[in-house]
Design a protein around this ligand. Structure first.
Ligand code: GRF
Length: 186
């Protein structure tokens, strides 16, 4: 299956997906890495791996207009699936409708808890003993689509948002390639 990955930043989940795609039995390939930030470090990481990249700054464009440009780039690349990986843009309803059921996101919390930003700090503030990461299908509700799989981590004494984020990231890099492979195999 042909997968496009959308990023806005460093792209470590994109790299995890791309590295897993090298395995001979991996059922997906990354055909495009796209970004709303032409300076996203993950674009260079993709290019170094020989993956085609595309970027367009969203600045000055209406959301629906920008999303239609993304959609055109995804289709031109032959993408059948979209994996959001640190993509920091809200999606227009039209774009979601076009990719619904074939668009995944990774989120650093045990959904449905802690949708949105600053999840690690919120987990600490709440005193939760357990935290984790989730992969879900993308619907019109931010971080609200059907959860496909999760991995848990323990919250440890002395944890900060940064230490939690880095332990969560390890789990993200394990979970996302697994779930994407399962989904495209169906
Ligand atoms: C990850 O924690 C992801 O769950 C969240 O944003 C971060 C992106 O990291 N949505 P990276 O760009 O994949 O390194």
């Amino acid at each position: 299956a042909k997968v496009a990955v959308l990023i806005s930043g460093r792209g470590s989940n994109m790299v995890a997906l791309a590295d897993a795609a090298k395995a001979p039995d991996c059922p997906y390939e990354i055909v495009l890495v796209g970004s709303n930030d032409p300076a996203a470090p993950g674009l260079a990481a993709a290019a170094r791996r020989g993956i085609p990249t595309w970027s367009l700054s969203h600045k000055g464009l209406k959301r629906a207009e920008f999303d239609m440009a993304v959609d055109a780039a995804l289709r031109a690349a032959g993408a059948q699936w979209v994996a959001l990986a640190g993509y920091m843009r809200l999606l227009s309803p039209d774009f979601v409708a076009r990719w619904e059921g074939r668009m995944l996101n990774i989120h650093p919390s045990l959904l449905p808890r802690y949708k949105g930003l600053d999840t690690h700090a919120r987990v600490l503030a709440a005193g939760d003993p357990v935290h984790g990461v989730s992969v879900h299908l993308v619907t019109a509700e931010l971080d609200g689509g059907p959860v496909l799989a999760r991995r848990e981590i323990q919250v440890l004494p002395g944890d900060t948002p940064e230490t939690l984020a880095s332990r969560a990231l390890v789990e993200e890099h394990i979970l996302y390639p697994q779930v994407l492979a399962e989904m495209v195999r169906r």
